[in-house]
Design a protein around this ligand. Structure first.
Ligand code: ZN
Ligand code: ZN
Length: 275
């Protein structure tokens, strides 16, 4: 459960308001609604929105090498070199490379849920801060056009926003983001609970190009909140490449651990061969 208390939530929805308040009024606001951690709501000394408490900050798990050069899957243990995992060797995805920055666990999982299901601006700011700080510390640079993974219009209407668009807007400049290039044209059933094969089948044909790829665009970076099996981003990449994009990268905030139920038997066999 998200456990979002209404008092804290209502204060954090209006992100930019406090910048224009006088310091006296801001202090009064801090007394009435003490600043809280964006993930666990414990009080924090830092009153800037989108901050995490020390305990949550320490428990954010960054994804680092060794990992799969293609899908970004982290390998167990701190030793070894990056290589292409068995899953990508046996069933290469349509994208060229995917990178997720954090494990989908603890405070990151809480933040993503708050953004996705509650539309919490406090949590959104925390996610974007984490991502920007993390990208600054990595060699990799996000290049090309940024395309947030689209929602089906029906889902968009019921949720009221696309969390991937909000995340992309919090990280990248507006002139790099394109939200009307790819559309989700089939209202697929939720991927949760499906295995890898079912997930791929569920999204096959679910996306379409809305218009031709803009002239001169060779590379696109797809942005999404969570990577599980990669079926959705791989299908988006297939559509983009069919339309003429030469290279598709994927950037997600978090990566969910692959459970045995979400991995096809052949993939499990390949993973055993990696050990
Ligand atoms: Zn916290
Ligand atoms: Zn891989």
């Amino acid at each position: 459960m998200l456990g979002v208390r209404s008092g804290h939530y209502s204060r954090h929805v209006g992100d930019g308001r406090r910048g224009s308040l006088s310091s006296v009024f801001a202090h009064l606001l801090d007394c009435l609604f003490p600043p809280s951690c964006a993930a666990c709501e414990r009080p924090v000394a830092d009153s800037r929105l989108g901050r995490l408490c020390p305990a949550c900050s320490e428990s954010v798990k960054r994804i680092v090498s060794p990992l799969c050069l293609c899908c970004g899957q982290p390998f167990d243990g701190p030793f070894g070199t990056d290589h292409v995992c068995g899953r990508c060797l046996s069933s290469p995805p349509h994208y060229d490379r995917a990178r997720s920055l954090f494990l989908f666990a603890g405070p990151v999982r809480e933040l993503v849920h708050r953004v996705k299901y509650v539309g919490c601006g406090h949590a959104l700011r925390a996610i974007c801060s984490l991502v920007k700080e993390d990208l600054d510390g990595r060699d990799e640079r996000v290049s090309g056009l940024v395309v947030p993974v689209p929602l089906h219009p029906r889902r968009l209407r019921s949720r009221g926003f696309n969390q991937s668009v909000r995340i992309a807007q919090g990280i990248f400049s507006a002139d790099r983001i394109c939200v009307d290039l790819v559309a989700k044209v089939c209202d697929t059933r939720p991927q949760t609970g499906l295995d890898a094969v079912e997930r791929a089948g569920n999204v096959r044909g679910a996306f379409a190009l809305v218009r031709p790829i803009p002239h001169g665009i060779r590379r696109v970076t797809l942005v999404d909140d969570v990577y599980t099996t990669g079926a959705t981003v791989s299908e988006c990449a297939r559509i983009l490449k069919k339309g003429g994009v030469k290279e598709v990268h994927v950037l997600t905030v978090a990566r969910a651990p692959i459970s045995s139920s979400a991995v096809a038997p052949s993939v499990l066999f390949n993973r055993l061969n990696e050990i």
